[in-house]
Design a protein around this ligand. Structure first.
Ligand code: EPU
Length: 302
């Protein structure tokens, strides 16, 4: 979708929004898949309510993009524009055990920065790509921990009220890869309360998690992490592997040979290829185990 009306373009500039026409989302997603649309980069959180009113008034649909690491975007010219926060400097400010973190901060860099200041707890998430905002809205987790456990307060743009609001940690429910945020809420910043731990101890935890991840996941390849959520008490990866589906392909979309719940873009896969592969694997799992696997990856397909 293209914003061409000069009055809207002028208003965006007044709101400190940087308009990048015709951006290829394939370049902004870890899967390397996705069509083209206008990207609006937001420099000031405070401009969001006015920006959203402007887009609504002009019938311009939108979606919020974090780090693009858990996302499968459709092909071709996309029917909505994409909004993304510009990362401020600094993006993490510490105050005792509290870390004030911008939604656009890189998750791994935030964990490392806190570690260097003797604040731990998030070691399991070290190798998970993406922004802190994205991790928060999905309640990213790994190796027995989840980000939601450390949330003291969240500032967000609430689609329902069309305002910027602040929620306390206990007002938000964090479950397995799911939160009580609405899909069109935008995470702006978070205060995490992290346990004190010596840097050396945190570093050892990080080293162990990195090693586990390297030995079981296809880290060098284009993927969106796990495609399906694990069904209660089972592992989607093991179920797919047990059916002998590693290496199954549609075009360049392929079930990873290393971890069967990672589907990789082995070249120039389209969203259509990847969606066909996902549907095929889901159907085979349903037939064999009677289990309907739920997507873990977020799909933006029209
Ligand atoms: N397994 C297989 N074959 C495979 C993959 C896994 O037999 O191809 C077996 C493993 O040997 C292990 C079991 O299945 O016994 C579980 O595998 P793993 O430890 O890799 O964990 P997972 O349940 O597949 C979950 C998360 C990952 C997270 C890891 C580590 C989900 C959907 N996945 O994977 O998160 O990194 O645990 O904590 O919850 C993600 O969110 O994108 C993601 C990758």
């Amino acid at each position: 979708m293209r914003i061409s009306d000069p009055r809207i373009v002028a208003k965006l500039a007044e709101m400190h929004v940087d308009l990048r026409p015709g951006t290829a989302l394939a370049e902004l997603t870890s899967l390397g898949i996705g069509g083209t649309t206008d990207l609006l980069r937001i420099k000031k959180h405070e401009s969001l309510p006015d920006l959203l009113s402007l887009l609504d008034a002009n019938h311009v649909p939108h979606k919020f993009l974090g780090g693009g690491s858990n996302l499968l975007v459709g092909d071709g010219e996309l029917p909505w524009v994409v909004l993304q926060l510009v990362r401020p400097e600094p993006d993490v400010v510490l105050d005792g055990n509290l870390a004030h973190v911008d939604g656009a901060a890189d998750l791994g860099r935030m964990i490392t920065f806190c570690a260097k200041n003797d604040l731990g707890g998030m070691e399991g998430l070290i190798g998970v790509p993406g922004t802190v905002g994205g991790a928060l809205r999905m309640n990213a987790g790994a190796y027995g921990m989840q980000i939601g456990s450390y949330v003291r307060e969240v500032k967000l743009y609430r689609a329902a009220s069309r305002k910027i609001e602040v929620l306390q940690g206990d007002q938000i429910s964090f479950e397995y890869r799911h939160t009580s945020f609405a899909p069109d809420d935008m995470m702006l910043s978070v205060i995490l309360e992290l346990p004190s731990k010596p840097f050396k101890v945190i570093l050892e935890g990080i080293r162990i998690c990195n090693e586990k991840r390297r030995s079981s996941q296809p880290l060098g390849q284009k993927s969106a992490g796990c495609i399906f959520k694990n069904p209660p008490g089972a592992s989607a990866g093991r179920m797919i592997d047990d059916l002998g589906l590693k290496g199954l392909s549609v075009g360049d979309a392929r079930v990873s040979g290393r971890h069967a719940n990672f589907f990789v873009n082995a070249g120039h896969a389209s969203a259509k290829d990847m969606l066909t592969l996902i549907a095929d694997v889901r159907e085979r799992i349903q037939k064999t185990y009677g289990v309907s696997l739920e997507n873990e990856v977020v799909v933006w397909n029209a």
